[in-house]
Design a protein around this ligand. Structure first.
Ligand code: ADP
Length: 265
């Protein structure tokens, strides 16, 4: 949109004259709109599980002394909604830390260790429903924040599992070609239509709302990934084909690549 928003003010200049002050507030308006949308989204995301929990509690209260079977049926559903709110609040806190926080600390990140943890986490999420593979083709480490990288890579891995039907495959890859180090996750899942790709890292952007929520997504995962990568001067590339699967790759510039035995950046 090229329309500009101007704020015009008349201020007294001297006893007879006035001054017209005009300010271009287009950018300010845009920021305020994004902020309003964000607050509306967060409220909506929290309201849904709260309404569900409230509904169950009301039913239980009306029953006075609900039977154990009824409790066994209701309580797990309520817990699931509570967990959903918990993940959302955790993701919101992570995002706000990333947005407000200072510089990223630079540890020497042991990629052997991180890949091993990611593999175990992927297997845990999959619960045997997917073939999960690690292809480690590089022994290099990274300079960066281990917590932030864990959270970014972890989001890519959990998306791959969540958007891949049972029986599919998820591959984690770690490569270094002399110029860039690349961490990538390839899945054989539902894929993403081309028109959605540019917007994936927007907060709460989802290709399919219902599907994403049912799979346990908060809608903030890729927004977190984007922030972490920016702080590490890394790039995200996505290639995807509907019904075939997707590859999310994160590439780090040479300066971020560490020798496993280096002691200073
Ligand atoms: P969510 O919590 O909804 O998964 P994300 O920010 O992690 O939020 O991802 C945004 C959207 O991108 C998802 O809702 C989903 O539609 C799409 N998406 C992300 N990763 C994948 C993937 N591996 N395969 C298919 N779609 C994906």
């Amino acid at each position: 949109p090229t329309e500009r928003v101007l704020s015009v003010q008349l201020v007294p200049f001297d006893s007879t004259r006035k001054l017209i002050l005009s300010r271009d507030i287009t950018q300010l308006e845009r920021v305020q709109t994004v902020h309003r949308d964000f607050v509306a989204n967060v409220s909506h995301e929290l309201r849904t599980p709260l309404t569900v929990i409230g509904g169950f509690v009301e039913t239980l209260v009306d029953m006075e002394s609900p039977s154990p079977e009824v409790l066994r049926q209701f309580l797990p559903l309520m817990m699931e909604q509570a967990r959903r709110m918990q993940s959302l609040v955790e993701d919101l806190l992570t995002l706000s830390r990333l947005e407000n926080g200072g510089g990223t600390q630079t540890d020497r990140v042991d990629m052997d260790e991180l890949l091993r943890v990611l593999l175990v986490e992927a297997q845990g999420l999959s619960q045997g429903r997917h073939e999960v593979v690690l292809e480690q083709q590089s022994d290099r480490w990274l300079w960066g924040s281990v917590n932030e990288l864990h959270s970014a890579f972890g989001n890519l891995v959990s998306n791959a599992i969540r958007y891949t039907p049972a029986g599919g495959a998820v591959t984690l890859r770690w490569q270094f070609d002399g110029n860039r180090a690349v961490f990538s996750v390839t899945d054989s899942g539902i894929g993403i239509a081309r028109e959605h790709l540019p917007r994936l890292t927007e907060r709460f952007y989802r290709v399919d709302r219902g599907r994403s929520r049912n799979s346990g997504g908060t809608g903030l995962g890729l927004a977190i990934v984007k922030h972490v990568l920016a702080r590490h001067h890394a790039r995200l590339e996505v290639s995807s084909e509907l019904e075939k699967g997707s590859t999310f790759s994160v590439s780090f510039p040479r300066e971020r690549v560490a020798e496993p035995d280096a002691v200073t950046p």
